[in-house]
Design a protein around this ligand. Sequence first.
Ligand SMILES: [Zn+2]
Length: 137
Amino acid sequence: MAETLESLESRRERLYQVLAALGDFRRGTISVNYRKCGKPKCACAGREHPGHGPQYLWNATIGGGRARNLRLGPELDKVAQEVDTHRVFVRLCTDLVEVNEALCERRAVRAGGGGCAGVGSAEKRLRRRFARRRPAR
Ligand SMILES: [Zn+2]
């Protein structure tokens, strides 16, 4: 199904509008934990007892760094909403990349250069970049 440039552009516009209205979001996940406290006489020591809880924990590993976590009390609903919104944000970004790539492919190359960058500037830039990457001897 081939979409027109116009329909792709309006889809992109709608995605940006949704993106702008997202509100607060954060990475990570929320887990539910039950734990045994270890006291031999506590009810949780029984085999059938699930342990103390539920305890809600937000955790995230950001930038490959150390895991961050936070025990959630009254802020559970707020943080759950923020984490959900982040998921929507990521999906929107993927959609935006796809719609932009479809636009790139459909958009014709402008005849005669026309732009201020001029023909050949991208070529020069790429050549310089690859020259830098060449290993030094
Ligand atoms: Zn216990």
